[in-house]
Design a protein around this ligand. Structure first.
Ligand code: KMH
Ligand code: ZN
Length: 285
């Protein structure tokens, strides 16, 4: 071994293990897009287990009625969460408080009554395709932030654009969001920031040094952004909510297949996968 190799070995940085989140269902994607998109309780369990067995430690959860209609109904969440916990006992279940476009704040907040360890907190309003607007006013974000602090729920701060990081930082200063903050960069939504390397660099460089982040690339951006986060020491979200393809033109058979691909990429870069217990430690849950 030459001396420069010795030096670089000494200086190498050990990265934290990789937390993989599986967004198994979402509120918008339908079986017409991929027949494996889950609607029923049994389908949600099947998809959560496939992701968990493949290496996901967090399940980001939306629920549907059996016909595919999204709902934030507390009882439906409870049924799905309990059923998932039977098969994936230590998984971190992270319900959505975003729900679907057009839902009221209190409707969206229902799953927080089940006291999950984590839940999403969307940090701004954006166009969501066609005439749809995903509305999150400053007062809404404050209301959700206060609720989560009161109930001891760690928010995953969903940012669809740079301005939403500014909002989160401002509300953190005012006490509506606690440290250490955990961000999810949702990139490539029609209405939000794009999914190019420069977009990632911009967001990644805009969060505090004690914050953690995960990246959720939408559609074709899913695995390129996942790779950047793996190299950078960040964390990764994949799943049908964001993307239904394993590769160009090839539908994923399950959420597990998407997680397996992330695990393969991580292995190539020497990044180990976090267990749910390790994820809890990394995220200070
Ligand atoms: N379905 C989107 C309108 C979240 O889970 O918090 C909102 C969403 C974000 O999916
Ligand atoms: Zn979601």
């Amino acid at each position: 071994m030459c001396s420069t190799q010795k030096m670089s070995k000494k200086k190498s940085i050990t990265m934290e293990k990789l937390i993989i989140t599986a967004a198994i269902c979402g509120a918008e994607v339908m079986k017409e897009h991929n027949p494996a998109v889950p609607y029923t309780v049994e389908e949600c369990v099947r998809e959560a287990k496939s992701a968990y067995d493949a290496g996901a430690s967090i399940i980001h959860l939306h629920v549907r009625y059996d016909d595919g209609t999204p709902t934030q109904d507390k009882a439906r969440f409870e049924e799905v969460i309990n059923a998932i916990k039977k098969e994936c006992p230590d998984a971190i279940i992270q319900p959505s408080t975003g729900g679907a476009v057009g839902m009221s704040n209190d409707e969206r907040l229902q799953p927080t009554e089940l006291l999950p360890e984590m839940a999403t907190l969307d940090c701004g309003t954006l166009n969501f395709g066609g005439d749809e607007i995903f509305e999150n006013t400053e007062n809404t974000i404050k209301y959700f932030g206060e609720r989560m602090i009161k109930l001891g729920i760690k928010p995953e701060l969903e940012v669809f654009d740079k301005s939403m990081i500014e909002m989160a930082l401002r509300l953190h200063k005012k006490g509506y969001i606690k440290s250490p903050m955990h961000f999810d960069f949702v990139m490539g939504v029609n209405g939000g920031i794009g999914g190019e390397i420069r977009d990632f660099t911009f967001l990644r460089g805009s969060i505090p040094s004690d914050a953690t982040y995960t990246v959720a690339g939408v559609g074709r951006h899913e695995f390129t952004l996942a790779t950047l986060a793996i190299i950078d020491g960040g964390h990764v979200r994949v799943g049908f909510e964001d993307n239904v393809y394993l590769s160009k033109g090839v539908l994923a058979k399950s959420n597990g297949e998407l997680v397996e691909k992330v695990v393969r990429i991580a292995k190539e870069f020497g990044r180990e996968i976090a267990t749910p217990a390790e994820a809890r430690k990394i995220l200070s849950l």
